[in-house]
Design a protein. Structure first.
Length: 162
């Protein structure tokens, strides 16, 4: 009479094959999750950078006078005489002495500079923004991005906005 069931060898081989497949799937899921986290961090970084540049650009476009005491400082005077100041200091960006906050990272650094030029009847400011983010979502690694744009505001020789 034959006994019903599996032999020890069959059980061991099946367990080994299931373990190899399970380990492979776990590795694929872990790697996919890491790639997804990095992609989300990069998207947040781009979004934050574009938001900051857009805010600076909108203020510049409303301005009639651009002044800078250094490459890390920008003063924008509008038609009512109100001055908005942007300053890069200690790896942070400040707008009127209030820190511009970056979301989506445990720690970050914002570096950059402003270069003002006069082109015909326009002030031009070249804004360079460097973002450095660190997040445990990507194993505590740093992610960097550099954004650059030029914004213009129109003026006339008497200082009145047009």
């Amino acid at each position: 009479m034959k006994a019903k069931g599996f032999t020890l060898i069959e059980v061991l081989v099946t367990t080994l094959i299931a373990g190899i497949i399970g380990g492979g799937l776990t590795s694929v899921i872990y790697t996919s999750n890491k790639v997804l986290n990095r992609s989300v961090l990069e998207a947040n970084m781009q979004s934050n950078g574009m938001r900051i540049l857009e805010t600076i650009g909108n203020d510049v476009k409303r301005g009639i006078v651009l002044e800078s005491t250094s490459e890390t400082s920008l003063d924008i005077k509008d038609t009512t005489g109100v001055v908005t100041n942007y300053t890069f200091s200690n790896d942070k960006l400040f707008k009127d002495s209030k820190e511009v906050i970056i979301t989506g990272a445990e720690s970050y650094a914002l570096k950059g500079n402003f270069k003002i030029d006069v082109v015909s009847r326009y002030y031009a400011v070249d804004v360079q923004l460097n973002i450095i983010l660190k997040s445990s979502d990507i194993g505590g690694q740093y992610q960097t991005d550099s954004l650059n744009n030029i914004y213009y505001c129109r003026f006339d020789p008497e200082g009145w906005g047009l």
